[in-house]
Design a protein around this ligand. Sequence first.
Ligand SMILES: Nc1ncnc2c1ncn2[C@@H]1O[C@H](COP(=O)(O)OP(=O)(O)OP(=O)(O)O)[C@@H](O)[C@H]1O
Ligand SMILES: [Mg+2]
Length: 249
Amino acid sequence: MTRFFLQLAADESEEIKLLTVTQLHQFYGGSHILRGLSFDVKIGEVTCLLGRNGVGKTTLLKVLMGLLPAKEGVVQWEGKTITGFKPHQRVHSGIAYVPQGREIFGRLTVEENLLMGLSRFPGSEAKEVPAFIYELFPVLLQMKHRRGGDLSGGQQQQLAIGRALASRPRLLILDEPTEGIQPSVIKEIGAVIKKLAARGDMAILLVEQFYDFAAELADQYIVMSRGEIVQQGRGGNMEAEGVRGLVTI
Ligand SMILES: Nc1ncnc2c1ncn2[C@@H]1O[C@H](COP(=O)(O)OP(=O)(O)OP(=O)(O)O)[C@@H](O)[C@H]1O
Ligand SMILES: [Mg+2]
């Protein structure tokens, strides 16, 4: 009995790891794209994954979402192995993904796009867009009857993030949300990410090539080069640890 309580105390004192990736490998044909990646994502934190073009960032996210099978390695979610889970099972478990290039439904309205994000819930709970989405992104309320395809790039990115948040994830994965977006919207997206992390009940895994944006948000940083993690540390140390030079051209 005493041992049981001691064990509980030890577990509680550890930081809560939502996602643990161990020795992940992936290939495209004969090209070895991910080469033994291992890292953790913690609750209440923004983890920024940085790296130049083509190093394997998107490939990693696709493996984490189950859109590509892992060739080797283990993905654990809240202590449970999910390496073989299908994408929808991961969404049901509380993981949401905003892909690079956004991929919203151009012919559906903003509201319809957001309702798609509720598909993990039973019908009765999936009829109305939750108010918190419109509170985070007021522009989506103004535009709710417009077609997704008519929105600006920045508004589409906000819509894609809003749709992902509608599933009430505990991990939000974002692939280069600032790519091709005007500075004022980048600021708004940054503020939302900060707000979500401050809530303390979810984690954010942010892939970014815009160094200043990543440095502003990161609690933890990871630098990838050619499919490997070449450096990692705490967000506040990014400048001192020379991350800018590793990821900017
Ligand atoms: N479907 C595919 N088939 C074959 N090779 C691919 C495929 N998708 C990506 N690659 C290659 O795999 C490598 C990693 O690509 P990935 O898209 O993961 O990089 P990335 O770090 O996300 O790059 P970017 O910053 O440009 O988005 C690149 O060399 C790319 O050309
Ligand atoms: Mg990419």
